[in-house]
Design a protein around this ligand. Sequence first.
Ligand code: NAP
Length: 497
Amino acid sequence: MSTESAWPAPADERRLLDSLPTGLFIGGQWREAADGSTLDVIDPSTESVLRSIASATPEDGMAALDAAADAQSAWAATAPRQRAEILRSAFEAVVARADDFALLMTLEMGKPLAESRGEVAYGAEFLRWFSEETARIGGRFTTAPDGKSRLLVMKRPVGPSLFITPWNFPLAMATRKIAPAIAAGCTMVLKPAALTPLTSLLLAQVLQQSGLPDGVLNVIPTSSAGSVTAPLIRDPRLRKLSFTGSTEVGRQLIADAAHQVLRVSMELGGNAPLLVFADADLDKAVDGAMLAKLRNGGEACTAANRILVEASVADEFTTRLVERMRSHTLARGTEPDSRIGPLVDADTRTKVHELVTESLAEGAKLALGGKPVPGPGYFYEPTVLTDVPRSAAILKEEIFGPVAPIATFSTEDEAVALANDTEFGLVAYAFTRDLNRGLRLAESLEVGMFGLNTGIVSNPAAPFGGVKQSGLGREGGLEGIEEYLETRYVGIADPWG
Ligand code: NAP
Protein backbone atom coordinates (compact mmCIF):
# COMPACT_ATOMS: atom_id res chain seq x y z
CA MET A 1 0.00 0.00 0.00
CA SER A 2 1.28 3.42 -0.85
CA THR A 3 0.10 5.65 1.98
CA GLU A 4 -0.72 5.02 5.60
CA SER A 5 -4.24 6.34 5.29
CA ALA A 6 -5.12 4.42 2.11
CA TRP A 7 -7.85 1.79 2.43
CA PRO A 8 -6.70 -1.54 1.07
CA ALA A 9 -8.23 -2.85 -2.14
CA PRO A 10 -8.72 -6.60 -2.79
CA ALA A 11 -5.58 -6.46 -4.95
CA ASP A 12 -3.59 -5.16 -1.95
CA GLU A 13 -4.84 -8.09 0.12
CA ARG A 14 -3.82 -10.62 -2.52
CA ARG A 15 -0.41 -9.03 -3.04
CA LEU A 16 0.31 -9.06 0.68
CA LEU A 17 -0.89 -12.64 1.17
CA ASP A 18 1.08 -13.88 -1.85
CA SER A 19 4.26 -12.17 -0.60
CA LEU A 20 4.23 -13.89 2.80
CA PRO A 21 6.59 -16.67 3.77
CA THR A 22 4.53 -19.83 4.39
CA GLY A 23 7.16 -22.25 5.74
CA LEU A 24 8.38 -23.03 9.23
CA PHE A 25 11.19 -20.69 10.30
CA ILE A 26 13.93 -22.84 11.83
CA GLY A 27 17.61 -21.94 12.17
CA GLY A 28 17.17 -18.96 9.85
CA GLN A 29 15.73 -21.13 7.03
CA TRP A 30 12.18 -21.39 5.73
CA ARG A 31 11.19 -25.00 5.31
CA GLU A 32 8.28 -27.33 4.72
CA ALA A 33 6.95 -29.56 7.52
CA ALA A 34 8.81 -32.87 7.84
CA ASP A 35 5.75 -34.78 6.60
CA GLY A 36 4.54 -32.04 4.23
CA SER A 37 1.54 -31.13 6.47
CA THR A 38 -0.20 -27.83 5.97
CA LEU A 39 -2.89 -25.84 7.71
CA ASP A 40 -5.37 -23.39 6.21
CA VAL A 41 -5.70 -19.89 7.64
CA ILE A 42 -9.30 -18.66 7.39
CA ASP A 43 -10.72 -15.15 7.03
CA PRO A 44 -13.37 -15.03 9.81
CA SER A 45 -15.38 -12.40 7.94
CA THR A 46 -15.83 -14.51 4.78
CA GLU A 47 -14.96 -18.05 5.96
CA SER A 48 -12.66 -18.39 2.93
CA VAL A 49 -9.03 -19.60 2.98
CA LEU A 50 -6.44 -16.80 3.09
CA ARG A 51 -3.31 -18.94 2.80
CA SER A 52 -2.19 -22.47 3.37
CA ILE A 53 1.02 -22.74 5.41
CA ALA A 54 3.34 -25.44 6.74
CA SER A 55 2.12 -27.16 9.91
CA ALA A 56 4.93 -28.36 12.19
CA THR A 57 5.23 -31.98 13.32
CA PRO A 58 6.84 -33.03 16.63
CA GLU A 59 10.05 -33.66 14.62
CA ASP A 60 9.97 -30.05 13.38
CA GLY A 61 9.36 -28.83 16.94
CA MET A 62 12.47 -30.64 18.09
CA ALA A 63 14.46 -29.21 15.15
CA ALA A 64 13.39 -25.74 16.28
CA LEU A 65 14.59 -26.42 19.83
CA ASP A 66 17.87 -27.84 18.42
CA ALA A 67 18.37 -24.55 16.54
CA ALA A 68 17.57 -22.44 19.62
CA ALA A 69 19.84 -24.53 21.87
CA ASP A 70 22.72 -24.39 19.34
CA ALA A 71 22.44 -20.59 19.03
CA GLN A 72 22.15 -19.89 22.79
CA SER A 73 25.76 -19.52 23.96
CA ALA A 74 26.90 -17.29 21.07
CA TRP A 75 23.77 -15.17 21.44
CA ALA A 76 24.23 -14.78 25.21
CA ALA A 77 27.77 -13.53 24.54
CA THR A 78 26.69 -10.70 22.20
CA ALA A 79 27.12 -7.11 23.34
CA PRO A 80 23.94 -5.59 24.82
CA ARG A 81 24.26 -2.74 22.32
CA GLN A 82 24.17 -5.21 19.42
CA ARG A 83 20.94 -6.75 20.70
CA ALA A 84 19.53 -3.28 21.35
CA GLU A 85 20.23 -2.19 17.79
CA ILE A 86 18.58 -5.28 16.30
CA LEU A 87 15.47 -4.51 18.36
CA ARG A 88 15.55 -0.85 17.36
CA SER A 89 15.87 -1.76 13.65
CA ALA A 90 12.99 -4.22 14.04
CA PHE A 91 10.86 -1.52 15.68
CA GLU A 92 11.51 0.79 12.73
CA ALA A 93 10.84 -1.97 10.22
CA VAL A 94 7.51 -2.93 11.83
CA VAL A 95 6.45 0.73 11.89
CA ALA A 96 7.52 1.14 8.25
CA ARG A 97 5.32 -1.85 7.38
CA ALA A 98 2.48 -0.89 9.72
CA ASP A 99 -0.11 -1.06 6.93
CA ASP A 100 0.92 -4.61 6.02
CA PHE A 101 0.89 -5.83 9.61
CA ALA A 102 -2.46 -4.15 10.26
CA LEU A 103 -4.08 -5.57 7.14
CA LEU A 104 -2.76 -9.04 7.90
CA MET A 105 -4.16 -9.00 11.43
CA THR A 106 -7.52 -7.77 10.18
CA LEU A 107 -7.60 -10.53 7.57
CA GLU A 108 -6.68 -13.42 9.87
CA MET A 109 -8.30 -12.26 13.10
CA GLY A 110 -11.15 -9.99 11.97
CA LYS A 111 -10.82 -6.74 13.95
CA PRO A 112 -11.33 -3.39 12.15
CA LEU A 113 -8.24 -1.92 10.48
CA ALA A 114 -8.15 1.06 12.85
CA GLU A 115 -7.84 -1.35 15.77
CA SER A 116 -5.19 -3.40 13.99
CA ARG A 117 -3.22 -0.20 13.42
CA GLY A 118 -3.50 0.45 17.15
CA GLU A 119 -2.12 -3.01 17.83
CA VAL A 120 0.82 -2.39 15.46
CA ALA A 121 1.73 0.73 17.45
CA TYR A 122 1.36 -1.16 20.75
CA GLY A 123 3.13 -4.31 19.55
CA ALA A 124 6.02 -2.43 17.92
CA GLU A 125 6.55 -0.42 21.09
CA PHE A 126 7.71 -3.55 22.95
CA LEU A 127 10.59 -3.76 20.45
CA ARG A 128 11.56 -0.13 21.15
CA TRP A 129 10.99 -0.32 24.91
CA PHE A 130 13.16 -3.42 25.32
CA SER A 131 15.82 -2.09 22.94
CA GLU A 132 16.15 0.72 25.49
CA GLU A 133 16.23 -1.73 28.43
CA THR A 134 18.93 -3.94 26.88
CA ALA A 135 21.83 -1.75 27.91
CA ARG A 136 20.50 -1.34 31.47
CA ILE A 137 20.59 -4.95 32.66
CA GLY A 138 22.25 -4.46 36.01
CA GLY A 139 23.65 -6.29 38.98
CA ARG A 140 25.28 -5.26 42.25
CA PHE A 141 28.49 -5.47 44.20
CA THR A 142 28.43 -5.15 47.97
CA THR A 143 30.55 -5.79 51.01
CA ALA A 144 29.14 -8.54 53.25
CA PRO A 145 27.76 -7.18 56.57
CA ASP A 146 30.69 -8.68 58.52
CA GLY A 147 33.14 -7.01 56.13
CA LYS A 148 34.88 -10.29 55.39
CA SER A 149 33.76 -11.03 51.84
CA ARG A 150 32.36 -9.41 48.76
CA LEU A 151 29.01 -10.23 47.18
CA LEU A 152 28.63 -9.98 43.40
CA VAL A 153 25.11 -10.38 42.02
CA MET A 154 24.88 -10.74 38.27
CA LYS A 155 22.12 -11.33 35.73
CA ARG A 156 22.38 -14.09 33.14
CA PRO A 157 19.96 -15.00 30.33
CA VAL A 158 17.60 -17.80 31.33
CA GLY A 159 18.28 -19.70 28.11
CA PRO A 160 16.18 -21.28 25.35
CA SER A 161 12.53 -20.35 25.82
CA LEU A 162 9.25 -21.64 24.38
CA PHE A 163 6.49 -19.14 23.64
CA ILE A 164 2.88 -20.19 23.05
CA THR A 165 0.61 -17.32 22.01
CA PRO A 166 -3.14 -16.77 21.42
CA TRP A 167 -4.98 -15.48 18.36
CA ASN A 168 -6.54 -12.31 19.77
CA PHE A 169 -3.50 -9.98 19.49
CA PRO A 170 -1.33 -11.74 16.89
CA LEU A 171 1.49 -9.17 16.88
CA ALA A 172 1.57 -7.77 20.41
CA MET A 173 1.35 -11.11 22.22
CA ALA A 174 4.44 -12.20 20.23
CA THR A 175 6.53 -9.03 20.63
CA ARG A 176 5.70 -8.82 24.36
CA LYS A 177 7.69 -12.07 24.76
CA ILE A 178 10.20 -11.91 21.89
CA ALA A 179 11.50 -8.39 22.64
CA PRO A 180 12.50 -8.94 26.30
CA ALA A 181 13.95 -12.36 25.42
CA ILE A 182 16.13 -10.79 22.72
CA ALA A 183 17.13 -8.03 25.14
CA ALA A 184 18.13 -10.54 27.81
CA GLY A 185 20.09 -12.76 25.39
CA CYS A 186 17.72 -15.75 25.22
CA THR A 187 16.99 -17.81 22.13
CA MET A 188 13.44 -18.97 21.51
CA VAL A 189 10.83 -21.08 19.76
CA LEU A 190 7.47 -19.41 19.05
CA LYS A 191 4.32 -21.47 18.51
CA PRO A 192 1.64 -18.98 17.41
CA ALA A 193 -2.09 -19.76 17.50
CA ALA A 194 -3.20 -21.94 14.60
CA LEU A 195 -5.93 -19.41 13.75
CA THR A 196 -3.53 -16.46 13.28
CA PRO A 197 -0.01 -17.60 12.36
CA LEU A 198 0.55 -15.27 9.38
CA THR A 199 1.47 -12.21 11.45
CA SER A 200 4.20 -14.23 13.25
CA LEU A 201 5.68 -15.36 9.95
CA LEU A 202 5.89 -11.76 8.72
CA LEU A 203 7.39 -10.72 12.05
CA ALA A 204 10.05 -13.46 11.79
CA GLN A 205 10.95 -12.22 8.31
CA VAL A 206 11.23 -8.63 9.55
CA LEU A 207 13.39 -9.66 12.53
CA GLN A 208 15.71 -11.63 10.26
CA GLN A 209 16.01 -8.64 7.92
CA SER A 210 16.78 -6.50 11.00
CA GLY A 211 19.88 -8.59 11.70
CA LEU A 212 18.66 -11.24 14.17
CA PRO A 213 21.14 -14.14 13.91
CA ASP A 214 19.96 -17.53 12.69
CA GLY A 215 18.46 -19.77 15.37
CA VAL A 216 17.70 -17.00 17.88
CA LEU A 217 14.02 -17.00 16.88
CA ASN A 218 12.31 -20.07 15.45
CA VAL A 219 8.63 -20.05 14.49
CA ILE A 220 6.58 -23.25 14.21
CA PRO A 221 2.88 -22.85 13.44
CA THR A 222 1.08 -26.15 13.86
CA SER A 223 -2.37 -27.66 13.99
CA SER A 224 -1.15 -30.12 16.67
CA ALA A 225 -0.20 -27.75 19.50
CA GLY A 226 -0.05 -30.31 22.32
CA SER A 227 1.91 -33.01 20.52
CA VAL A 228 4.47 -30.53 19.14
CA THR A 229 5.09 -28.56 22.36
CA ALA A 230 4.90 -31.35 24.99
CA PRO A 231 8.28 -32.94 24.05
CA LEU A 232 9.94 -29.50 24.16
CA ILE A 233 8.54 -28.82 27.64
CA ARG A 234 10.10 -32.10 28.85
CA ASP A 235 13.47 -31.47 27.14
CA PRO A 236 16.15 -30.35 29.64
CA ARG A 237 17.59 -27.89 27.11
CA LEU A 238 14.44 -25.77 27.42
CA ARG A 239 14.74 -23.34 30.35
CA LYS A 240 11.59 -21.25 30.15
CA LEU A 241 7.96 -21.49 29.06
CA SER A 242 5.95 -18.33 28.51
CA PHE A 243 2.30 -18.85 27.66
CA THR A 244 -0.55 -16.48 26.91
CA GLY A 245 -3.94 -18.09 26.59
CA SER A 246 -6.77 -19.65 28.54
CA THR A 247 -6.48 -20.60 32.19
CA GLU A 248 -7.55 -24.14 31.31
CA VAL A 249 -4.59 -24.73 28.95
CA GLY A 250 -2.22 -22.75 31.22
CA ARG A 251 -3.03 -25.00 34.16
CA GLN A 252 -2.17 -28.06 32.06
CA LEU A 253 1.10 -26.50 30.87
CA ILE A 254 2.13 -25.63 34.46
CA ALA A 255 1.59 -29.30 35.37
CA ASP A 256 3.70 -30.42 32.37
CA ALA A 257 6.40 -27.87 33.24
CA ALA A 258 6.66 -29.27 36.78
CA HIS A 259 8.40 -32.34 35.36
CA GLN A 260 11.67 -30.46 34.95
CA VAL A 261 10.82 -27.54 37.28
CA LEU A 262 10.73 -25.25 34.27
CA ARG A 263 10.43 -21.52 34.84
CA VAL A 264 7.02 -20.38 33.65
CA SER A 265 5.25 -17.12 32.87
CA MET A 266 1.50 -17.42 32.48
CA GLU A 267 -0.74 -14.69 31.06
CA LEU A 268 -4.14 -16.33 31.44
CA GLY A 269 -7.82 -15.53 31.35
CA GLY A 270 -9.64 -12.62 32.94
CA ASN A 271 -13.10 -11.72 34.21
CA ALA A 272 -12.69 -7.96 34.62
CA PRO A 273 -15.24 -6.03 36.68
CA LEU A 274 -15.94 -2.45 35.60
CA LEU A 275 -17.41 -0.48 38.52
CA VAL A 276 -19.41 2.69 37.96
CA PHE A 277 -20.15 4.71 41.11
CA ALA A 278 -22.93 7.29 41.33
CA ASP A 279 -20.33 10.07 41.74
CA ALA A 280 -18.62 9.20 38.43
CA ASP A 281 -18.54 11.42 35.36
CA LEU A 282 -21.04 9.28 33.43
CA ASP A 283 -19.81 10.40 30.00
CA LYS A 284 -16.33 9.22 30.91
CA ALA A 285 -17.71 6.02 32.41
CA VAL A 286 -19.59 5.22 29.19
CA ASP A 287 -16.50 6.02 27.08
CA GLY A 288 -14.44 3.77 29.34
CA ALA A 289 -16.99 0.96 29.23
CA MET A 290 -17.09 1.14 25.41
CA LEU A 291 -13.32 0.83 25.25
CA ALA A 292 -13.07 -1.87 27.90
CA LYS A 293 -15.95 -3.85 26.39
CA LEU A 294 -15.66 -3.44 22.63
CA ARG A 295 -11.92 -3.10 22.02
CA ASN A 296 -10.93 -6.12 19.94
CA GLY A 297 -14.64 -6.98 19.61
CA GLY A 298 -14.66 -8.02 23.26
CA GLU A 299 -12.07 -10.72 22.47
CA ALA A 300 -9.53 -9.53 25.03
CA CYS A 301 -8.39 -10.90 28.38
CA THR A 302 -8.77 -7.33 29.66
CA ALA A 303 -12.35 -6.98 28.37
CA ALA A 304 -14.90 -5.70 30.90
CA ASN A 305 -16.74 -8.93 31.58
CA ARG A 306 -19.00 -7.67 34.38
CA ILE A 307 -20.33 -4.11 34.36
CA LEU A 308 -21.34 -3.30 37.94
CA VAL A 309 -23.22 -0.01 38.32
CA GLU A 310 -24.43 1.75 41.47
CA ALA A 311 -28.23 1.27 41.44
CA SER A 312 -29.10 4.99 41.47
CA VAL A 313 -27.38 5.63 38.08
CA ALA A 314 -27.92 2.21 36.48
CA ASP A 315 -30.83 3.25 34.20
CA GLU A 316 -29.07 6.37 32.94
CA PHE A 317 -25.79 4.52 32.36
CA THR A 318 -27.56 1.64 30.56
CA THR A 319 -29.50 3.99 28.25
CA ARG A 320 -26.29 5.75 27.20
CA LEU A 321 -24.33 2.51 26.76
CA VAL A 322 -27.09 0.97 24.62
CA GLU A 323 -27.16 4.07 22.38
CA ARG A 324 -23.42 3.93 21.88
CA MET A 325 -23.27 0.19 21.26
CA ARG A 326 -26.19 0.37 18.82
CA SER A 327 -24.24 2.86 16.69
CA HIS A 328 -21.35 0.43 16.14
CA THR A 329 -21.34 -0.83 12.55
CA LEU A 330 -20.67 -4.53 12.15
CA ALA A 331 -18.66 -5.12 8.98
CA ARG A 332 -15.57 -6.82 7.60
CA GLY A 333 -12.61 -5.10 9.24
CA THR A 334 -11.31 -3.78 5.91
CA GLU A 335 -14.47 -1.68 5.37
CA PRO A 336 -13.90 1.99 6.26
CA ASP A 337 -17.07 2.13 8.42
CA SER A 338 -16.37 -1.09 10.32
CA ARG A 339 -16.36 -0.50 14.06
CA ILE A 340 -16.66 -4.14 14.99
CA GLY A 341 -15.57 -7.19 13.02
CA PRO A 342 -16.52 -10.86 13.21
CA LEU A 343 -15.64 -13.18 16.07
CA VAL A 344 -12.65 -15.34 15.32
CA ASP A 345 -14.43 -18.60 14.57
CA ALA A 346 -17.70 -20.51 14.74
CA ASP A 347 -16.92 -22.09 18.14
CA THR A 348 -16.29 -18.72 19.74
CA ARG A 349 -19.57 -17.39 18.37
CA THR A 350 -21.49 -20.45 19.56
CA LYS A 351 -20.05 -20.06 23.07
CA VAL A 352 -20.97 -16.35 23.20
CA HIS A 353 -24.52 -17.09 22.08
CA GLU A 354 -24.90 -19.90 24.63
CA LEU A 355 -23.87 -17.54 27.45
CA VAL A 356 -26.41 -14.94 26.29
CA THR A 357 -29.21 -17.50 25.91
CA GLU A 358 -28.51 -19.03 29.33
CA SER A 359 -28.47 -15.69 31.11
CA LEU A 360 -31.81 -14.73 29.53
CA ALA A 361 -33.23 -18.05 30.75
CA GLU A 362 -31.89 -17.22 34.22
CA GLY A 363 -33.76 -13.91 34.31
CA ALA A 364 -31.56 -11.30 32.60
CA LYS A 365 -33.28 -8.76 30.31
CA LEU A 366 -32.19 -8.01 26.75
CA ALA A 367 -31.55 -4.30 26.11
CA LEU A 368 -29.77 -4.69 22.75
CA GLY A 369 -28.73 -7.36 20.25
CA GLY A 370 -28.60 -10.96 21.40
CA LYS A 371 -28.20 -12.85 18.12
CA PRO A 372 -25.60 -14.13 15.67
CA VAL A 373 -25.75 -12.36 12.29
CA PRO A 374 -26.53 -14.82 9.45
CA GLY A 375 -23.34 -15.71 7.51
CA PRO A 376 -20.96 -15.66 5.83
CA GLY A 377 -18.63 -14.61 8.61
CA TYR A 378 -18.84 -15.12 12.37
CA PHE A 379 -20.52 -11.83 13.26
CA TYR A 380 -22.41 -11.34 16.52
CA GLU A 381 -24.60 -8.35 17.37
CA PRO A 382 -23.34 -5.92 20.02
CA THR A 383 -25.44 -6.98 23.01
CA VAL A 384 -26.44 -5.43 26.33
CA LEU A 385 -28.05 -7.47 29.13
CA THR A 386 -29.49 -5.89 32.27
CA ASP A 387 -30.68 -7.27 35.61
CA VAL A 388 -28.23 -10.12 35.24
CA PRO A 389 -28.60 -12.42 38.27
CA ARG A 390 -25.42 -12.83 40.31
CA SER A 391 -25.47 -16.58 39.80
CA ALA A 392 -25.45 -16.30 35.97
CA ALA A 393 -22.62 -18.11 34.15
CA ILE A 394 -22.01 -14.98 32.05
CA LEU A 395 -20.70 -13.22 35.19
CA LYS A 396 -18.35 -16.11 35.99
CA GLU A 397 -16.85 -17.09 32.61
CA GLU A 398 -14.91 -15.10 30.06
CA ILE A 399 -17.41 -13.98 27.41
CA PHE A 400 -14.90 -13.13 24.64
CA GLY A 401 -17.49 -11.31 22.56
CA PRO A 402 -19.33 -7.96 22.25
CA VAL A 403 -21.73 -8.63 25.12
CA ALA A 404 -22.10 -6.27 28.09
CA PRO A 405 -23.85 -7.80 31.12
CA ILE A 406 -24.94 -5.15 33.64
CA ALA A 407 -25.65 -5.83 37.32
CA THR A 408 -26.13 -3.34 40.17
CA PHE A 409 -24.73 -2.68 43.65
CA SER A 410 -25.64 -0.32 46.50
CA THR A 411 -22.48 0.26 48.55
CA GLU A 412 -18.72 0.36 47.99
CA ASP A 413 -18.24 -2.72 50.20
CA GLU A 414 -20.76 -4.63 48.15
CA ALA A 415 -19.08 -3.51 44.91
CA VAL A 416 -15.68 -4.73 46.12
CA ALA A 417 -17.10 -8.05 47.31
CA LEU A 418 -18.80 -8.59 43.94
CA ALA A 419 -15.70 -7.58 41.99
CA ASN A 420 -13.50 -10.00 43.95
CA ASP A 421 -15.99 -12.88 43.70
CA THR A 422 -14.11 -14.68 40.93
CA GLU A 423 -11.14 -17.01 40.60
CA PHE A 424 -9.62 -14.55 38.10
CA GLY A 425 -7.58 -11.46 38.98
CA LEU A 426 -6.21 -9.84 35.84
CA VAL A 427 -7.65 -6.33 35.75
CA ALA A 428 -10.47 -4.19 37.19
CA TYR A 429 -11.75 -0.75 36.21
CA ALA A 430 -13.58 1.81 38.31
CA PHE A 431 -15.15 5.20 37.60
CA THR A 432 -15.50 7.63 40.50
CA ARG A 433 -14.69 11.28 41.18
CA ASP A 434 -13.68 10.44 44.76
CA LEU A 435 -9.90 10.03 44.82
CA ASN A 436 -9.86 8.39 48.24
CA ARG A 437 -12.38 5.83 47.03
CA GLY A 438 -10.18 5.23 43.97
CA LEU A 439 -7.17 4.59 46.20
CA ARG A 440 -9.18 2.34 48.52
CA LEU A 441 -10.23 0.31 45.47
CA ALA A 442 -6.62 0.13 44.23
CA GLU A 443 -5.77 -1.51 47.56
CA SER A 444 -8.78 -3.78 47.96
CA LEU A 445 -9.44 -5.18 44.49
CA GLU A 446 -7.65 -8.52 43.96
CA VAL A 447 -6.06 -7.84 40.57
CA GLY A 448 -2.69 -7.37 38.89
CA MET A 449 -3.85 -4.18 37.13
CA PHE A 450 -6.39 -1.48 37.95
CA GLY A 451 -7.75 1.23 35.65
CA LEU A 452 -8.98 4.29 37.56
CA ASN A 453 -11.31 6.40 35.39
CA THR A 454 -9.94 4.70 32.27
CA GLY A 455 -11.09 1.73 30.22
CA ILE A 456 -7.62 0.77 29.03
CA VAL A 457 -4.49 -0.07 31.01
CA SER A 458 -2.21 -1.82 28.50
CA ASN A 459 1.07 0.06 28.08
CA PRO A 460 4.47 -1.37 27.10
CA ALA A 461 6.12 0.67 29.86
CA ALA A 462 3.90 -0.89 32.55
CA PRO A 463 3.92 -4.41 34.03
CA PHE A 464 1.07 -6.43 32.53
CA GLY A 465 -0.18 -9.52 34.35
CA GLY A 466 -2.60 -11.00 36.81
CA VAL A 467 -3.03 -12.59 40.21
CA LYS A 468 -5.11 -15.61 41.30
CA GLN A 469 -5.89 -17.85 38.29
CA SER A 470 -5.10 -15.07 35.80
CA GLY A 471 -1.45 -16.00 35.87
CA LEU A 472 2.13 -15.74 37.02
CA GLY A 473 4.74 -13.16 36.05
CA ARG A 474 4.63 -9.80 34.30
CA GLU A 475 5.22 -8.65 30.72
CA GLY A 476 6.40 -5.16 29.76
CA GLY A 477 7.64 -2.40 32.02
CA LEU A 478 10.85 -2.69 34.01
CA GLU A 479 9.63 -6.08 35.24
CA GLY A 480 9.24 -7.72 31.81
CA ILE A 481 12.93 -8.37 31.21
CA GLU A 482 13.32 -10.08 34.61
CA GLU A 483 11.25 -13.00 33.28
CA TYR A 484 14.21 -13.80 30.98
CA LEU A 485 17.04 -13.25 33.48
CA GLU A 486 18.46 -15.53 36.17
CA THR A 487 20.12 -14.05 39.23
CA ARG A 488 23.56 -15.50 39.87
CA TYR A 489 25.44 -14.72 43.08
CA VAL A 490 29.22 -14.93 43.28
CA GLY A 491 30.78 -14.98 46.76
CA ILE A 492 34.29 -13.48 46.73
CA ALA A 493 36.89 -13.90 49.48
CA ASP A 494 37.98 -10.79 51.39
CA PRO A 495 40.44 -9.07 49.02
CA TRP A 496 42.34 -7.75 52.11
CA GLY A 497 42.38 -11.01 54.05
P1 NAP B 1 -6.02 -21.13 24.21
O1 NAP B 1 -7.02 -22.03 23.61
O2 NAP B 1 -5.56 -21.42 25.59
O3 NAP B 1 -4.77 -21.16 23.20
C1 NAP B 1 -3.64 -20.36 23.41
C2 NAP B 1 -2.46 -21.02 22.73
O4 NAP B 1 -2.22 -22.28 23.34
C3 NAP B 1 -2.67 -21.31 21.24
O5 NAP B 1 -1.44 -21.13 20.59
C4 NAP B 1 -3.07 -22.78 21.26
O6 NAP B 1 -2.80 -23.45 20.06
C5 NAP B 1 -2.17 -23.29 22.36
N1 NAP B 1 -2.61 -24.55 22.93
C6 NAP B 1 -3.88 -25.00 23.09
N2 NAP B 1 -3.85 -26.22 23.70
C7 NAP B 1 -2.54 -26.51 23.93
C8 NAP B 1 -1.86 -27.61 24.53
N3 NAP B 1 -2.51 -28.65 25.03
N4 NAP B 1 -0.50 -27.57 24.60
C9 NAP B 1 0.17 -26.53 24.11
N5 NAP B 1 -0.41 -25.46 23.54
C10 NAP B 1 -1.76 -25.44 23.46
O7 NAP B 1 -6.48 -19.63 24.21
P2 NAP B 1 -7.03 -18.78 22.98
O8 NAP B 1 -8.44 -19.17 22.75
O9 NAP B 1 -6.08 -18.82 21.83
O10 NAP B 1 -6.93 -17.30 23.57
C11 NAP B 1 -7.89 -16.77 24.37
C12 NAP B 1 -7.47 -16.85 25.83
O11 NAP B 1 -6.24 -16.17 26.00
C13 NAP B 1 -8.44 -16.16 26.74
O12 NAP B 1 -8.65 -16.93 27.89
C14 NAP B 1 -7.72 -14.86 27.10
O13 NAP B 1 -8.10 -14.30 28.33
C15 NAP B 1 -6.30 -15.31 27.12
N6 NAP B 1 -5.40 -14.17 26.95
C16 NAP B 1 -4.72 -13.73 28.05
C17 NAP B 1 -3.89 -12.63 27.93
C18 NAP B 1 -3.12 -12.13 29.10
O14 NAP B 1 -2.16 -11.40 28.88
N7 NAP B 1 -3.48 -12.47 30.33
C19 NAP B 1 -3.75 -11.99 26.69
C20 NAP B 1 -4.47 -12.45 25.60
C21 NAP B 1 -5.29 -13.56 25.74
P3 NAP B 1 -3.98 -23.62 18.96
O15 NAP B 1 -4.10 -22.30 18.36
O16 NAP B 1 -3.50 -24.64 18.04
O17 NAP B 1 -5.21 -24.03 19.72
